[in-house]
Design a protein around this ligand. Sequence first.
Ligand SMILES: C[S@@+](CC[C@H](N)C(=O)[O-])C[C@H]1O[C@@H](n2cnc3c(N)ncnc32)[C@H](O)[C@@H]1O
Length: 204
Amino acid sequence: MPQTSQGVRGILSNPFIYSFFQLLMGAHKLRQNFVETLVKPFEGMKVLDVGCGPADILAYFPTVEYWGFDISKAYINQAQSRFCNRGRFQCKQLQHTDLPKLPAYDVVLALGLLHHLDDSVAIEIMQIASNALKEGGRLLTIDPCLDPSQNRIARFLVCKDRGRNVRDKDGYESLAKTVFESPRIEVRQQKWIPYTHCFIECRK
Ligand SMILES: C[S@@+](CC[C@H](N)C(=O)[O-])C[C@H]1O[C@@H](n2cnc3c(N)ncnc32)[C@H](O)[C@@H]1O
């Protein structure tokens, strides 16, 4: 996986430390706002989460049907023990060949995933997401973003990310446009702790 796991960043592969670090970085408010304003969940919504990690986002949902895929066994084990039968978790890289065994989804999430992937793998994941969606369903992504107007602390933190493929708005947009017709891209500056995120919403 194209990510740095040396030094301090290596300890983030521990799911407890990863989740705690995310909270320190302001993830609680970010997730709450994301679910309320962008996901807009409803009971029974079918959600596929690619690169789900420990599936912390699931705590922000009402009763939905949730499938989480991740390549980290430690993260998937943590998701499984925390959420039990609230979700179905699989430790594997989602492939096109998995889709016939899965339902059609209202929403596919890829949160903090694209910046770990080079362009060809990121486009492949977006194609799988598109095929997994119902007609009218949406792919939603969030990633750290480089931006000329960002605060210096935000730029420093974004540059220190484990992912080796952090992009600017145009970079994320051109990925999404390879697969989806009219992706909606938004860059948001978080005030505290200073950070910059790129949100993408693509409708099938
Ligand atoms: C920054 S973490 C984000 C985790 C979670 N989505 C969140 O928001 O907290 C990125 C995750 O992507 C996973 N990952 C990286 N490449 C992947 C791939 N090709 N397929 C599935 N998961 C992948 C990593 O194991 C890691 O859990």
